[in-house]
Design a protein. Structure first.
Length: 249
């Protein structure tokens, strides 16, 4: 039986009963997925009895920590690149996509028009984005500006966050007039103004999850990945503004 089939089988069991032996599972999660993960981890604990211990951060920093043997057992990345690299380094099982993210340009002010013309005009002091070198949503933001041929024109106005969570805070606190954030961060919040950036402007943000080597013998780690692909978790993921792939079969 393949890993994916095994995860699905365990997921079916989780849907009807608690695990006989509760375990802890250490999970590294990309910052953009924070809100959805809080709901999913609580639901998973209630459904399984296992306790998730979650650490949030930029994908790049979490990847570096895993390479240097941080005690994570599951990794939820904001891209496909880092999980694939870890798989190639024999750090974990083959990754699987759990969500596809969307990028938004956001202002906390409701009376501001937010669209690509705002970026092209450049009539603002600060533009927040996650560091493109370590955060996939930051890399996507750079792609958007490159597509619009304004990346170099705006570079002096950039304020870089270590993660998409910090980027959101820059805008929310007024330290930046506009910011490239994940739709998931504002999906349930109608405040401010936003521009849903066309998908053609940046590479699709496919977010992969993987079972790390440290979690291979932990039933809670395997069970969590199964739950992440369950209908209950997928409903949460889509509610927070992500897309999910159609299930096979």
């Amino acid at each position: 039986m393949s890993l994916k089939q095994n995860l699905i089988s365990i997921g079916l069991v989780l849907g009807v009963s608690h695990s006989a032996i509760a375990e802890e599972v250490h999970i590294a999660v990309a910052a953009n997925f924070t809100a959805a993960m809080k709901k999913i981890s609580a639901d998973f604990e209630q459904a399984s009895g296992h306790k998730p211990l979650v650490s949030y951060g930029s994908t790049g920093k979490l990847y570096t920590q895993i390479v240097h043997n941080a005690p994570f057992e599951v990794f939820l990345s904001a891209d496909q690149k880092r999980p694939q690299l870890l798989h190639e380094q024999n750090k974990g099982e083959k990754p699987m996509t759990y969500a596809m993210g969307k990028l938004v340009l956001w202002s906390r002010k409701a009376d501001v028009v937010v669209d690509e013309s705002v970026l092209k005009a450049g009539d603002f002091k600060r533009l927040a984005l996650a560091n493109p070198k370590i955060a996939p949503y930051g890399a996507a933001a750079l792609e958007v500006m490159t597509h619009l041929q304004i990346a170099e024109d705006l570079r002096r106005q950039w304020i870089l966050g270590d993660s998409i969570a910090q980027t959101y805070q820059f805008v929310a606190t007024g330290n930046a007039a506009f910011g490239f954030v994940a739709l998931a961060q504002i999906a349930l919040d109608d405040s401010g103004s936003r521009w849903m950036i066309p998908q053609a402007y940046y590479t699709p943000i496919r977010q992969d999850a993987m079972l790390l080597k440290r979690g291979a013998d932990n039933p809670a780690a395997v069970a969590f990945l199964a739950y992440l692909h369950s209908d209950a978790a997928r409903q949460v993921i889509t509610r927070w503004g992500y897309m999910v792939e159609e299930k096979e079969g």
